[in-house]
Structures are given as structure tokens and as C-alpha cells.
Design a protein around this ligand. Structure first.
Ligand code: HEC
Length: 145
């Protein structure tokens, strides 16, 4: 009987431990106990100033990009993109081929550098969510049609 009384306390301690461990793993609690900053994938990091008019990151090429890239559409199309250099080139070529985007000429390398720097692929470390399934065998649903 004496042994039994310890169980609730032990179970409670274990549950608390698991909860803390899970929250640490999921990033709710940082390793040092402080709440971890949650970065949005949309806005650039806090250290980068954004242009109030377009929301584009402020740097030496902003004026250039603003002039060349917001003439036809909202800057939101850029803000929501996270492309590699190759993918940015492909998008620009696509706009040139189908949307009457002009030849960017000598400005192209600077524009590309700006786009890749601020709107490049996001490679965040594993953030605590489960990793994507690798080899998944999907089942075909029988629709009866
Ligand atoms: C001549 C007009 C024009 C200019 C200038 C222009 N675009 Fe576009 N762009 C378009 C059109 C049209 C679309 C398609 C819009 C839509 O789908 O609603 C588009 C789409 C996009 C998209 C979305 C593509 C996707 O697949 O998600 C991005 C990103 C983009 N433009 C970036 C840029 C950048 C960067 C520049 C500057 C180098 C630029 N655009 C300059 C016409 C232009």
C-alpha cells in the first residue's frame, strides 16, 4: 500500500516532463526556456527595412526593382515568392515570352541578385513539425463512376 501512494505523484511528474519535452521539440519553448520568436515566411526578417509603398525589402537595388517589377502588377506577387535563382530567371523569361516584359538588359544581374537575396528559397531548419512523408503509397479511391 505504501508503494501505491507514490504512483500519482510519479505519473504527474512524468506527464509534466513529457509536456515540456514535447514543447521544447516543437519550438514552443526554446532550449533556454525563453519563448522562441516565430518568423513569418511572408515578411523579411526584422532587420530588413521594407519600403512602405510596396513592402519590398529596402536595399541599394530597391529603386531599380520597384521601377522594373511593379509596373504591371502588385509587388505582392514578388513578396509571396521564394524562388531559387534559376526559378527567378525562368519566371522573368516567362514574363518576357508571354507578358510583354521588356529586356532587362544590364539591370538584370542586379535585379536577380536582389530577388534571390530577399525572395530566395526559404531553407529553415526542421521546425518541430513532422518531416514530409517519403515513400507514400497513395490509395486510389473508388468513386463508383
Ligand atoms: C510587362 C508587364 C510585367 C512586368 C514589367 C513584370 N511582370 Fe511579373 N508578371 C506579369 C504578369 C502579367 C504576370 C501574371 C499575373 C497573374 O498571374 O495574375 C506576372 C507574374 C509575376 C509573378 C508570379 C509568377 C508565379 O509563377 O508565381 C512574379 C513572381 C513576378 N511576376 C515577378 C516579377 C518581377 C520580379 C518583375 C521584374 C523583373 C516583373 N514581374 C515585372 C507581368 C509583368
Amino acid at each position: 500500500m505504501k508503494q501505491m501512494k507514490k504512483w500519482p505523484a510519479l505519473a504527474f511528474a512524468l506527464a509534466a516532463l513529457i509536456t515540456v519535452a514535447a514543447q521544447t521539440r516543437s519550438g514552443l519553448i526554446a532550449k533556454n526556456g525563453a519563448p522562441e520568436t516565430v518568423y513569418s515566411t511572408y515578411a523579411p526578417a526584422d532587420s530588413v527595412k521594407t519600403d512602405p509603398e510596396t513592402g519590398l525589402a529596402v536595399d541599394e537595388h530597391l529603386t531599380l526593382v520597384k521601377g522594373q517589377c511593379t509596373a504591371c502588377h502588385s509587388s505582392k506577387l514578388i513578396l509571396q515568392s521564394h524562388f531559387s535563382r534559376d526559378k527567378w530567371i525562368e519566371r522573368i523569361r516567362w514574363m518576357q515570352r508571354t507578358q510583354k516584359l521588356w529586356d532587362l538588359g544590364e539591370s538584370e544581374p542586379a535585379i536577380l541578385a536582389y530577388l534571390v537575396k530577399h525572395y530566395g528559397p526559404i531553407d529553415q531548419p526542421f521546425d518541430g513539425r513532422r518531416e514530409p512523408l517519403k515513400a507514400t503509397k497513395w490509395h486510389k479511391l473508388e468513386t463508383g463512376r
